[in-house]
Ligand binder design. Structure first.
Ligand code: HH2
Length: 257
């Protein structure tokens, strides 16, 4: 899954702001590099970021969605707002990626009445304050239990299990130690009952480990992607698609040998 950020302040440094043509060109480049899904988002979830009005989010997402409609891969929209989900689905989005795990009122229903896939992600707190003091007794157990409960809630709302993926939410209300423990024990999260999507690409935990800035974390990102894939991740949300594809080509060849 290649990331198309329509934000002014993405931590990863690749946000296209409101430059719709640049975002479409970026998406096409990621498809040419081998992305199987594009994830289009117009609200930064970086620690400390504040919410974007739905009109601004839709004003950026919809033209990019339209511009990428024939790019040949499914299009996901990264949003927490039911009103944005609904408009994106009407415009032809194939998937909703919700870092809020469809917790806002109406979100489950909007997805249930569509044919779209959904990713539900774990986050402790809200982006504005989530890194202030993340705390868990047992991070792997608590994240797994939360995701299992969201899978049950989605099923109860009428979303078929084949349309659901889940995500532990690296960096979303987690310390470096929490993130490392989750990655080490990622295979245990499969107990939550849905395929795993993982976003580690360029994240600050990799900066902490390497001392490198966001734009210079490609090597750390592909290693993290490899470790996640080896531990059962089925979808990798990445900024550096070509490098990740090369990594997976080597991994898959070794696994098949
Ligand atoms: N991470 C980000 C945004 N959306 N969605 C899922 N499912 N999993 C993630 O780990 C995830 C996500 C943050 O990355 P990015 O979009 O590059 O940055 P920003 O939110 O600052 O625009």
């Amino acid at each position: 899954m290649g990331v198309v950020n329509l934000t002014d302040d993405s931590f990863s440094g690749d946000g296209c702001g409101d430059d719709i043509q640049a975002a479409i060109a970026h998406g096409l480049r990621l498809v040419a590099e081998g992305a199987d899904i594009l994830d289009i988002g117009a609200e930064s979830t970086r620690p400390g970021s504040s919410a974007v009005a739905p009109e601004q989010e839709l004003g950026r997402v919809l033209p990019v969605l339209e511009g990428l409609m024939d790019c040949g891969v499914p299009l996901s929209v990264d949003t927490t707002k039911p009103v944005v989900m609904s408009a994106a689905l009407q415009a032809g989005a194939d998937m909703i990626n919700d870092v809020g795990a469809l917790c806002l009122p109406g979100a489950l229903e909007v997805v249930a009445t569509s044919h779209a896939a959904v990713c539900m992600m774990h986050m402790q707190g809200e982006p504005e304050t989530m890194q202030d003091a993340p705390a868990y007794h047992d991070v792997v157990g608590e994240v797994t239990d939360f995701l299992a409960a969201r899978v049950r809630a989605a099923a109860a709302a009428g979303i078929p299990s084949g349309r659901i993926v889940i995500d532990p939410g690296f960096g979303f209300g987690k310390t470096l130690a929490h993130n490392l423990k989750l990655l080490h024990h990622l295979d245990e999260l499969r107990r939550a009952g849905a395929p795993l999507l993982v976003g580690l690409s360029r994240k600050s935990m990799l900066g902490r480990l390497t001392g490198r800035s966001a734009g210079d974390r490609v090597h750390a990102s592909v290693v993290a992607a490899l470790l996640a894939a080896q531990r059962g991740a089925r979808i990798l949300r990445v900024h550096d698609v070509a490098a990740t594809r090369d990594t997976l080509a080597v991994l898959n060849a070794v696994e098949e040998a």
